[in-house]
Design a protein around this ligand. Structure first.
Ligand SMILES: Cc1ncc(COP(=O)(O)O)c(C=O)c1O
Length: 367
């Protein structure tokens, strides 16, 4: 079934009713959508159809036919994250996007990379590798001690930035780059990343936001307002696209920094030519890949909205029945009291405006 046809069907019941949309083993309760995502069957069906179409004439598809749908995907994700389509390219995964950014910096020995104690393992190792490689930029670590609050994280980070070691006198201007998670992998907590980006901006520090879990999950992302220097998010986690695909956002002002896609593309422009890098073009083709995951984003987005639609209609029904019993008001006041303390990783407000992960889990579990 085409995912958009779902809206013409009767919405499924919460719980086991939704299992029919996933290929999950019925004996297995999947509580971990975050690591790998789980491809909804209507998206899988579209992917299979696309694969068959590609194989009918691989030459025509790769020369002429994938470019427009890929542009459409960039436009769609840009719309979700509050960016311009030409600031967004599709890459295989978050690791790839972050490596692309970090390996495009011209590192100097006096440069500093800020990692958090909660930085995702392979990203921390990427930073370590960069530091192990001449000219050996150094690493400094910002520690978050849980349990904590957003207010404390913000104020501790501000102090941390103030206390960064001073560059040696007479040394050339140093670069400082901070790798900031939006949602930490472990423990699964939302960070006040917009505020941390703001602190970086004031201090002249480059911000690379690891938003691996953000798109389709975090509500109201607006990168034009938040203004990170670089931002990446996996579409195969909470946006329900096929593994692996991610969006890498590089605002126009920073596109000169990304001299080469990884791997280097036909469209690479040598800085010695004095011309600007062809940002979009070099990510459109940089080695043969299966484009199906990238193009599946369009269908994943439909499923994500459908999940939200089902969850919202069930939530509304629940709210109606619980407010009739007085339960709604009690829950609502709890929500405000808890939220005003802004505990990192616990937002009861999300109960009323559920992000995609709660909706997916809610849909998969029997209430
Ligand atoms: C916070 C965070 N960053 C980066 C990654 C890496 O994602 P990928 O393996 O898709 O590159 C993950 C994976 O779950 C993650 O949780």
């Amino acid at each position: 079934m085409n995912p958009s046809e779902l809206y013409k069907t009767t919405p499924p019941r919460l719980g086991h009713g939704v299992l029919e949309f996933f290929g999950l083993d019925r004996q297995y309760v999947n509580l971990n959508n975050g690591s790998y995502g789980s491809l909804p069957l209507p998206v899988l069906a579209q992917c299979n159809a696309l694969t068959l179409e590609i194989e009918r004439n691989p030459d025509v598809f790769h020369r002429r036919n994938y470019q427009n749908p890929l542009k459409r995907v960039r436009e769609q994700v840009a719309d979700i994250i509050g960016a311009h389509a030409d600031e967004c390219v599709i890459v295989p995964n978050a690791s790839h996007g972050i490596n692309t950014v970090l390996r495009n910096f011209d590192w100097e020995s006096q440069d500093i990379i800020i990692a958090f104690n909660t930085t995702y393992g392979s990203i921390a190792k990427t930073i370590q590798h960069l530091s192990d490689t001449p000219p050996h930029p150094s690493i400094v670590e910002f520690t978050i001690q849980f349990p904590t609050t957003h207010a404390d994280i913000i104020s501790n980070f501000r102090d941390f930035v103030r206390q960064l070691p001073e560059p040696a006198t007479g040394s050339p201007k140093r670069k400082v780059v901070a790798i900031i998670d939006s949602i930490i992998s472990n423990p699964g907590a939302l960070l006040p990343w917009q505020e941390l980006v703001g602190i970086c901006k004031k201090a002249g520090i480059w911000s690379m936001v690891d938003g691996a879990h953000s798109i389709g999950h975090e509500m109201n992302i607006n990168l034009s307002t938040a203004q990170p220097d670089f931002w990446v998010s996996n579409c195969h986690k909470w946006l329900h696209a096929k593994r692996g695909c991610a969006v890498l956002y590089v605002p126009f002002r920073n596109q000169y920094m990304i001299k080469s896609a990884i791997p280097t593309a036909f469209e690479y422009v040598s800085p010695s030519s004095g011309e600007k890098p062809a940002f979009i073009q070099q990510f459109e083709w940089n080695g043969t890949i299966d484009f199906v995951p990238y193009l599946s984003v369009t269908y994943g987005i439909i499923i994500s909205s459908f999940c939200r639609f089902i969850a919202r209609s069930h939530m509304n029904r629940f709210q109606l029945s619980s407010s009739a019993s007085g339960l709604g008001e009690r829950r609502r006041s709890t929500s405000i009291a808890t939220d005003s303390r802004s505990k990192a990783g616990s937002s009861w407000r999300t109960f009323w405006e559920p992000p995609s992960w709660i909706q997916t889990v809610a849909l998969l579990l029997t209430w």
